[in-house]
Design a protein around this ligand. Structure first.
Ligand SMILES: *Cc1c(COP(=O)(O)O)cnc(C)c1O
Length: 747
């Protein structure tokens, strides 16, 4: 196989030269020659022509990596020129000068295996500093050589679409040579090599189809600058006063571990979101969900916080067979130009899995060493099971020092939710039922955080820090930007729209995390036209969006069929107000302080206009929710969960017929089976959850039953679960027991 790989590479070296000569790039080889002299100590480094932009590189190299035909040499020369740095082409300047013969002759002389070894060896003996080095396409297959060069600078991966590479190689008539080889196609080879590029990269440069060498070079320069300017990628509190920047810089890792900013605000990226152009987005259309997530999250998380390789591992663990759909977040056609994005294929059947299968791994990655972390959660809904599943999935050392303890009210959660939380007890992820209500659980946790006697004791005795994982954590919001993007890209892939055409998105909204992620996806360049926010009768968010008044004074929470959006304080709304006020931290602080003290605030008039440009909102009554479930089932054979139904009702009211709308389906209907029975007017609902789900299955509706809910309700009958008394000291005891049982001991 190696022989084949090299053969292709060699043929390209040959043709590439001809093309460059034709393009009048001959003078560049002069520069390259000088670079080699530099590296061999034959000539002084041309310091005088270093531009200031190269200043942050110091003695580091820029190493360009990618498949044959990616443009490494051409782009390398442009980048070198722009920075006033020497360019080195490994093929021409290292291999040929070392071997004193053309690369092609060497290959013929020694054969593929040996060539690869010698090529690697030559790279191991090569040293340069302050150069732009274009690697060969096969260098990344030699681990020692790559280890060696990676230490000398930043490895930039020119990620070019395989089809485009094939096209370029075809133009260069390389396929004639490939045709002579038996078995492997170039396509196979490109696919095989990708793992090596993804292993060694520091930064990916995503090349759009049709990008010119100059455009790619520009992206390389930006990537290098980003890599070296970690300090620029910081986070600020939504309540920070822009004029007095805080003295310490806050990076992604700090934000993930801290959760809430010390001034009570929420963290947001100081410079907003990276923007991607249409050509880059189009590259993502044919990718898998994991690949899309990797490219997008690499753009949003600085590689010095989480390296591309670590991020890759985290993402491929987060979205694997734990999701029962290979597409992870598939978009299905519902009725007319209404589409539904199914966000419920994760292990606990709500959209929270999309964030919470990923977030615990990021959290564990970012934790400072030497401490155990216990996350305390009070829940009356979908969060508990999703958090338990996410943290319970940690392995190895992460698992021995990162755990979660969930308190839930014995009477306040649905039967299935209770089974989900209690059936999956893991050494580092446990749920405790409390004979009280949600408020008691919530207050007890708050009290624990506030008692320095307790937190001090846990820190000294067990090296354990208490923490939270609620929906305001940046690492919970960020993964959601991915599926809003992929929903749009799926519609492009399926030919429903062309990239650039508008689409509306409708979201059942509680804490505004999901809706905020859609706003951020638009910031990144996804052409979402309107983000439609849907409330049930607990409509504080939709009233706010329609009036500018956030008023809790007369509001009481009224239970609904869609409990996950029964809220009064919509925590992520703070990020949205920060966003529409163009980062006016003082205003945000003022409004939310007022909300705390007076239970109410009013948005200044001009800002209300901005709000309504970005989002629209409506609310749905209980009767309309159930009627929508029935009518969609009758028309399309599809069963929506109650939250999805709320969104469907609001979407139908607010949209106009001109563009497609994607309804965010945030839960599988199986989680809310009794309401579905009511909606479908099915008489004689069975008592047990298992029988309920099997009866619904027999309606032969789509989607089918949820794999993990079924497993959970089947298993659940065999176990009961302990319930603890509504006594603060008992809850504290549970915390201490859990720490003793599951964590590494200190000292
Ligand atoms: C949590 C949840 C919501 C609300 O999402 P926010 O990001 O808090 O607005 C909606 N539907 C379901 C099923 C949920 O679990």
């Amino acid at each position: 196989m190696f022989y084949l790989l090299l053969k292709h590479n060699w043929s390209l070296v040959w043709t590439k030269k001809k093309v460059q000569d034709n393009m009048g790039l001959r003078s560049a080889s002069h520069l390259a020659l000088r670079a080699v002299r530099c590296s061999l100590g034959l000539a002084p480094k041309p310091k005088s022509c270093l531009s200031t932009a190269a200043g942050y590189l110091g003695e580091k190299n820029i190493l360009l990596m990618g498949p044959p035909g990616a443009g490494k040499t051409t782009v390398g020369r442009i980048v070198a020129c722009r920075l006033g740095l020497p360019a080195v082409d490994v093929d021409d300047d290292v291999l040929e000068t070392t071997w004193k013969m053309p690369v092609a002759s060497k290959l013929v002389a020694v054969g593929g295996e040996r060539f690869l070894q010698e090529e690697g060896q030559a790279l191991c003996n090569f040293s340069a500093s302050g150069c732009v080095v274009s690697l060969t396409g096969s260098n990344p297959l030699h681990p020692e050589a790559m280890q060696h060069v990676k230490g000398s600078g930043v490895v930039i991966y020119l990620d070019v679409d395989s089809e485009e590479i094939l096209h370029r190689l075809h133009i260069l008539k390389v396929d004639r040579i490939v045709g002579q080889e038996a078995g492997l196609s170039i396509r196979d080879i490109l696919r095989y090599r990708k793992q090596f590029y993804e292993k060694w990269l520091d930064v990916r440069v995503l090349c759009g189809r049709g990008d010119t060498a100059e455009e790619v070079a520009e992206k390389v320069l930006q990537a290098v600058e980003r890599y070296h300017n970690h300090a620029a990628e910081t986070y600020v509190s939504t309540r920070s006063d822009g004029e007095r920047p805080s003295s310490e810089t806050t990076h992604f890792s700090d934000v993930v571990v801290e959760g809430l900013a010390s001034d009570g605000g929420l963290y947001v990226p100081k410079n907003g979101f990276p923007k991607m152009g249409a050509r880059e987005w189009l590259r993502l259309v044919d990718m898998t969900y994991q690949e899309q997530a990797l490219v997008l999250l690499e753009k949003c998380i600085h590689p010095l916080d989480v390296s591309a390789l670590d991020l890759r591992e985290i993402i491929y663990k987060a979205y694997a067979s734990n999701f029962s759909s290979e597409d992870v977040a598939p978009v299905k056609h519902l009725i007319h130009n209404t589409y539904i994005q199914e966000l419920f294929h994760g292990p606990t059947a709500s959209f929270k899995d999309l964030a919470l299968q990923l977030m615990p791994q990021l959290f564990a990655h970012c934790l400072p060493p030497m401490c155990n972390y216990l996350i305390l959660v009070a829940t009356s809904g979908d969060t508990g099971s999703a958090v338990l599943s996410g943290f319970g999935g940690l392995r190895g050392a992460d698992r021995r020092r990162t755990g979660v303890l969930v308190f839930f009210p014995e009477e306040g959660v649905s039967e299935i939710q209770k089974l989900q939380m209690t059936s999956s007890n893991q050494s580092n992820a446990k749920a405790v039922s409390v004979r009280s209500d949600f408020d008691f659980c919530q207050k007890s946790i708050k009290r624990m955080f506030g008692e320095s006697g307790l937190t001090g004791h846990l820190a000294v005795e067990y090296g354990t820090v208490l923490s939270t994982a609620n929906s305001i954590n940046w690492a919970r919001l960020l993964p959601q930007v991915v599926y809003h993007s992929t929903a749009y890209l799926n519609l492009c892939r399926d030919g429903v729209i062309c990239f650039g055409e508008p689409v509306d998105v409708c979201i059942p909204t509680g804490n505004f995390g999901n809706a905020m992620s859609a706003v951020y996806a638009r910031e990144m360049g996804i052409p979402i036209r309107k983000v439609l926010c849907a409330s049930n009768h607990n409509r504080v968010v939709s009233d706010f969006i329609n009036t500018g008044d956030y008023d809790l004074r007369e509001r009481r929470l009224t239970p609904s069929h869609s409990p996950a959006i029964d809220i009064l304080k919509s925590s992520n709304l703070e990020r949205f107000i920060y966003h529409v006020s163009d980062g006016d931290g003082r205003l945000v602080k003022d409004l939310f302080t007022r909300l705390d003290r007076q239970q109410h605030f009013r948005l200044p008039g001009p800002l209300l206009g901005r709000v309504q440009q970005e989002v629209q909102a409506g609310w749905c009554s209980e009767a309309d929710c159930l009627a929508a479930i029935q009518s969609v089932h009758a028309q399309a054979g599809y069963i929506m969960d109650t939250h999805t139904a709320v969104a469907k009702v609001v979407a139908d009211r607010l949209r106009d017929a001109t563009c497609p709308v994607v309804i965010c389906s945030t839960a599988h209907y199986g989680k809310f089976a009794p309401a579905v029975f009511k909606a479908l007017q099915m008489e004689n609902m069975p008592q047990g959850p298992l029988e309920q789900l099997e009866t619904l299955r027999r309606t032969a509706a789509i989607p089918g039953t949820h794999r993990d809910i079924m497993t959970c309700v089947r298993g659940g009958y065999r176990q009961g679960h302990p319930v603890c008394e509504a006594d603060y000291s008992v809850l504290v005891e549970e915390v201490e027991n859990m720490i003793q049982d599951s964590f590494l001991k200190v000292m």
